[in-house]
Design a protein around this ligand. Sequence first.
Ligand SMILES: NC(=O)c1ccc[n+]([C@@H]2O[C@H](COP(=O)([O-])OP(=O)(O)OC[C@H]3O[C@@H](n4cnc5c(N)ncnc54)[C@H](O)[C@@H]3O)[C@@H](O)[C@H]2O)c1
Length: 367
Amino acid sequence: MSARANVRHPRREGPVLITGGAGFIGTNLATRLLEEGHRVVLYDNLSRPGVEANARWLHQRFGERARIDVADVRDTARVRAAVSDASQIFHFAAQVAVTSSLLDPRDDFETNLGGTLNVLEAMRGLDAPPTLVFTSTNKVYGALDDIALDIAGERYQPRDATLRERGVGESRSLDFHSPYGCSKGGADQYVLDYARSFGLPAALFRMSCIYGPHQCGNEDQGWVAHFLRRALRREAITIYGDGRQVRDILFVQDLVDAFVRCQAQMHELAGRAFNMGGGPANALSLREVLAVIAALVGRAPRTEYGPWRVGDQRYYVSDTHAFRLATGWAPVVDAREGIARLHDWMIESGVPTRAPATTANTRTHAA
Ligand SMILES: NC(=O)c1ccc[n+]([C@@H]2O[C@H](COP(=O)([O-])OP(=O)(O)OC[C@H]3O[C@@H](n4cnc5c(N)ncnc54)[C@H](O)[C@@H]3O)[C@@H](O)[C@H]2O)c1
């Protein structure tokens, strides 16, 4: 039976729960929902350095309608309580770092897989569960070493014309690499299976690289923001590999639009996984992003080169046709325009003057 056939009737009342709500994506989504008049609970343990500023900013701007619940997704009872009165859930809270997953696989497992199971189990216990959108990652497709690539100027490009035109679709085999890949990929599969086995109204996005305001990006996660910040500070940027690796970058506002559409159409979309990113039109190599940044800041950023990182995809571009077809969504912010907006936000908010702390919990390969 398809997951959609037995999808349970969702709860319609109650606040929107965003786990990891003080993080980059959570803050942008919360802003949109609060502007639309929703009440929002930001469930976050504030473990990512810098995110308290996001929580403060939301609270100052929206007052009590933005409630901060400082709690951990590994805390089963607290998760159950938060889920019990929510109308919708966005489950973002995660250990986001490949490298720290290698240093402490158990912590990664307990947060990403255990935390997700806590959310799903809390939903399963309700007669009318809230609807859920989960954020998975393009890392579930592995290193994609089998894709034949050519060098075309400053970037890699697939030899296969269809892949070049469309990107990587959801039919690509799953191939989990690293403890992070396993924990996010495992959580991805649990979400799909809870929709199938228990009729939970839940869907997920396998996301490529997202960027935009409120991003506490550092060397290993949030690389567009990291590059820009270092360029503004005149600090050197380390490129791992040759810089020709390509990602389809998606401005966070377009992602937020996709989230809202996904929740609104959950009855049809439950049980499905969608690749989500800027697509071929917004695919840039690291070198090409550096050139965009050079034009914005008025000088070429200083760069240093390091060895390739294990498992780093030379080419990842999302094929987003399935989600477009289902919802009519399409990104509207072009990559160059989006990077310019991130640049302006950094200048206005004074972010470049502060050095972001790098802790084990924030080191990762960018998605
Ligand atoms: N940003 C991207 O490019 C990207 C790409 C693919 C997938 N994702 C996924 O999207 C989600 C959000 O990413 P983001 O970029 O906003 O990251 P982020 O680090 O800015 O936000 C994650 C938030 O979760 C919180 N958190 C971490 N561990 C927690 C725990 N145990 N309990 C409660 N809160 C906890 C952190 O304090 C942080 O505020 C994550 O699940 C991430 O894996 C992001």
